[in-house]
Design a protein. Structure first.
Length: 132
């Protein structure tokens, strides 16, 4: 079913090792499924690259905790294998002005084959961003 995703991205980390790692931005987020299917919280680091004055690409890596099925016989539910999952996301976007942006985002959660079951969960959608 439809999912509402909310995320807070913080200022880039700077200094020492963070400069070597291209100054990632910590984030924390939530994916809430509106029909009662799998919802999750996620956190990690995010990198943004501007390849035109206002166009950008973004990549995120972190972890997630979900309320879905670890193992099930229900055909309409995914077997995610473990409660804790890896979280990956990529997006292409456009910064409208100093505060507003739109992006096409794909995120993926799975246990990376560390458990017997690993169907993974993918979400594709449009993200609106507001920069404070």
């Amino acid at each position: 079913g439809p999912t509402i995703a909310l995320s807070l991205r913080f200022r880039p980390l700077t200094g020492d090792i963070w400069d070597v790692l291209f100054n990632p931005r910590p984030f924390i987020g939530v994916n809430v499924n509106t029909t009662g299917d799998t919802s999750a919280i996620n956190a990690g680091v995010n990198w943004d690259w501007y390849f035109m004055p206002r166009a950008f690409a973004s990549f995120a890596f972190g972890g997630a905790l979900h309320n879905g099925e670890e193992s099930t016989t229900k055909l309409d539910r995914k077997e995610l294998g473990s409660r804790a999952l890896f979280y990956l996301a990529a997006e292409l976007g456009y910064r409208i002005d100093a505060h507003n942006s739109l992006a096409l985002r794909l995120d993926h959660m799975s246990n990376a084959m560390l458990a017997d079951k690993n169907e993974g969960l993918d979400t594709l959608g449009v993200m609106y961003g507001y920069n404070f």
